[in-house]
Design a protein around this ligand. Structure first.
Ligand SMILES: [Zn+2]
Length: 253
């Protein structure tokens, strides 16, 4: 997550919807701005990004003791700059499933049926154990919901099995670098950033999953670069003046 890390935030959810819409409408926008023909761009079959934006070469496979099962909301699947796929490709054995209703599905049944790795749901709220201070002992199956906060809440509410899983949460140790998906809360991070931290905490090695950030940073940089080339920076990603010395000062310049 965790776009589902933060408690309900209508402003963020609106921004998410807006970005997803902007992504879908991007080709039309480009045509207006540039007269060049917008031919269908060849896509990478692995990351599904256009070949020019493919980040697969930055992926280093990482072995994990934790079994990672990502349940992705269908709308999130359409977000070109989503990061769940990146995590699923890099973490060995990770699963990425797409759907809305999970109760009774094979994906969920399988996720909660591994006696050697009992399931926990990465989801904030009352009763959630902070993986940083109180990690579960022994390997677990980490069930991750990939979607906006409202989508994630709905998906969990609609599945008694998901709703009854023990929960773990985390406190983001550093500001997100998800500069292309404007985060209205300081503790909001992308799914892949959340996994870097949570898996590091679960497996007792804070650095073990940091290579996941290489394709993530490459994607963010590439996306911003493309936007600069098009000179149609949407308002919600336009670099803001930050006070000197603020954590990200200079990064967006
Ligand atoms: Zn690729």
């Amino acid at each position: 997550m965790s776009r589902v890390r933060a408690p309900g935030n209508p402003i963020r959810d609106r921004l998410m919807e807006r970005l997803a819409r902007a992504e879908r409408e991007a080709p039309a926008t480009r045509r207006k701005v540039s007269p060049r023909p917008d031919v269908a761009r060849p896509r990478c079959g692995r990351c599904r990004r256009p070949q020019s934006a493919c980040w697969c070469r930055f992926i280093t496979p990482i072995a994990a003791r934790t079994r990672v099962v990502i349940l992705q909301h269908p709308r999130e699947h359409d977000v070109a700059i989503g990061t769940a796929r990146m995590a699923a490709l890099a973490i060995e054995g990770a699963e990425l499933h797409l759907g809305l209703a999970w109760e009774g599905t094979e994906a969920l049944r399988s996720a909660v049926s591994d006696p050697a790795r009992p399931p926990v749901l990465l989801f904030p709220g009352d009763g959630a154990r902070d993986v940083g201070t109180d990690p579960p002992q022994g390997p677990v199956t980490l069930v991750v919901i990939d979607g906006t906060w409202s989508q994630a809440k709905r998906m969990v509410r609609q599945s008694p099995t998901l709703a009854s899983l023990p929960r773990v949460s985390f406190v983001a140790p550093r500001p997100s670098n998800y500069r292309i998906r404007k985060e209205p809360r300081a503790d909001y991070v992308s799914t892949v950033e959340a996994l870097v931290y949570v898996l590091g905490a679960l497996e007792g090695d804070a650095d073990a999953f940091r290579p996941l950030l290489v394709p993530f940073d490459a994607m963010v940089d590439g996306h911003l670069e493309k936007q600069r080339e098009r000179a149609v920076l949407p308002r919600y990603v336009r670099p803001r003046k930050r006070p000197a010395g603020s954590p990200r000062a200079g990064r967006d310049a």
